[in-house]
Design a protein around this ligand. Sequence first.
Ligand code: 6PG
Length: 480
Amino acid sequence: AVANIGVVGLAVMGSNLARNLASREGNTVAVYNRSRSKTDELLAEHPEAGFAPAFTYEEFAATLTKPRTAIIMVKAGAGTDAVINALVEVFEPGDIIVDGGNALFTDTIRREKAVRETGINFVGAGISGGEEGALLGPSIMPGGSDESWVTLGPILKSIAAVAEGEPCVTHIGHDGAGHFVKMVHNGIEYADMQLIAEAYDLIRRGTGKSPAEIADVFAEWNRGELESYLIEITAEVLRQVDAATGQPLVDVILDQAGAKGTGAWTVQTALNLGTPVSGIAEAVFARSLSSHPEQRAVSRDLPGPSASTGFVDDADAFIEDVRLALYASKIVAYSQGFDEIRAGAAEYDWTIDLGAVSKIWRGGCIIRAQFLNRIADAYAEAPELPVLLTAPYFVEALGRAQDSWRRIVQSAAGTGIPAPAFASSLAYYDGLRAERLPAALVQGQRDFFGAHTYKRVDRDGTFHTLWSGDRTEIEAEDTH
Ligand code: 6PG
């Protein structure tokens, strides 16, 4: 046995992660892939990595020093179960199997439970940062047992991105906690991307600026409080010219957004937890709406307002409004995401340090941003903060942004430019702020048609009005 760590699955993410591991002092990396050709390719292309190749699971196990530690990097789903079963056959109690794919956290909980019976540790680890992150330093969100973290921690710290001197990895919590947090990371990623896309659309249609000019706007924004990887790459994408047509690339890309499911999981899970991640949900639905060409084709002639382009008089003022609306909506998206993590931790009995989560997202991952320092500060000051956006820093920012935010949502509605994530974030914000919500009326309606009962503001107890009788109120059993 020569290798202290192994990687199973040598597609781009797996081979990049294996190369990253191999480049760190003290690591020898065993590699295995189902089809031999990928392994041969990797060995031929990267002799400097000193990989220890294995061509069967038995060889793979024999190549690893104990406790054996292997990271699985295969497409999430049934394939993952097959690899786990094969590793369980050849591993021993105390060994560690890590799933580094984008697994659904409930699958991770199930797998952890099953693998634990054998005495082997199973760790679901979210890994963010795409291909480049895997190679140069991702943000890593491992779950699993404390025992596994003892061995795994130093290895993952050696390959993770570094932000302000700290490695972007922390033990998130037990069993599925890591994959849960990675799922929410992706939900926030969806929201952030959609908000940026809405900002672009508003500026383009409102001011008539070209994609290249808007690229300059984003590049400028990237020097301020919006500084982030996603803003940075947005400028790059908008500046790109299509070689074939000479047009801006963004104008020749089909406007139907794909999705591999993690955003939808974030929303589905939030629905089950009763956590209103409305901005994230709008982002997921915006992708769905874009991807129904048959519906869009029959809807093209629906009536709309007369002026929907070039309606802006003062372009600079409008762009500044959009910037602030984007910032405010982004605060909402993160606040909603952290709310879901808080709710998930309570439901699944995880102890998750929200400040630590924000810190490991500062580098390596797709949503990395300067902004995450502010979230870390907020949780450092108030670890139990029930609503992130009520932290003093964000209250100040929202106060500064809200007039712009309202103007932009009004202008989008008035001119018929869809800005679902901007609008729903603002509605969420106003919903939270409201002294009284019309939820009282909904309770009245529920009680009317289904005797679902209600509580009163002025007395304890549960009540029902005899709607089909004399309409007097009676005390009732609480039915929620
Ligand atoms: C990351 C990303 C990554 C995700 C892609 C694609 O953190 O590196 O979240 O894990 O798979 O962003 O997601 P969609 O195809 O669903 O957009």
